[in-house]
Design a protein around this ligand. Sequence first.
Ligand SMILES: [Zn+2]
Ligand SMILES: [Zn+2]
Length: 336
Amino acid sequence: MLVEIRAAGLCGSDIHMLYRKPASERRAEIMRGLTIDPDIICSHEPAGVVADVGPGVTHLSVGDRVAVAHLSGCGVCLSCRRGWDIDCEDKQTYGFDRDGAMADFMLAEARDCAVLPDAVSFTEGAFYACGAGTGYAALKRGGFTAGETVAVVGLGQVGLCAAYFAAAGGARVIAIDPVEERREFALQHGATVALDPTQGDVAEMVSAVNGGRGAHLAIDATGVSAGRRAALDAARTWGRVVMVGFGDDETSIDVGAQIIQKQLTVVGAWVYSTPDLQEMVDDVAARGLSVAPLILHEYTPDQAEQAWKDVDSGSLGKSMVVWPEPATDTPSHSVA
Ligand SMILES: [Zn+2]
Ligand SMILES: [Zn+2]
């Protein structure tokens, strides 16, 4: 299936996996079959309009607005049949080892696409394809319910979105990050309190702003050892902890003190399932939620190089390369 790209997201993972610590230098047990080909077209956050469909595609039509789930599995193994393409042993990733979204058109499998409701823009759809979708799914994986206190450690794209959705779902959100402007941004977008983890003991600081208890649910979105330990410490006795930050730190923890004696439930969450992507965009459209205020920077395709430089320097919020809307809603690609 051919997608005429309208928005392509820029993600820290691209820079980390390609340059900072190439995939080839990471531990194989962490990568679980994720590979990187530096020669492919980047961006694993695609959204656009279906420009052409191949034979046998019946659930999508030319002109449909879609976001593309970035993990594309074999389609037939048990993991893929459950929608968890990320667990497939024979998967590809758009923008990592298969051409991604930073081009006018992208070839995608129809089964990887989620149809965007009218209320969800292309830039939001692209954001759901990675960071926003991963943050949303982490919350779901943690069994979040309204009225809980949720501590989010690490306010990058994933953590920021988890905080936003937790707040939108009725949580009291404690946002934890050493960077002041990230804390301020989280406070503007749903967080109730923000803490700097370098200023003291995380368990004590969370307890001090939360009536003497830890959080019902704590989420690590940093992927580094200090963040993971902070999430365990931020959770109350009988709390739940979701580890969603992808990183290859080998983290040592005190299982007795940090997990057993606190009766914690600790779960791992790796991105989202392909059906999750459709459910998320339908859910946010139905509830009138929007991650658009978190998308601070939009660039034209000609400005892509500058966009990557800005993301590499740590720009706040989400960045997107956006293609101009054509004069009509029909794709410019003519189907032969
Ligand atoms: Zn598979
Ligand atoms: Zn990403």
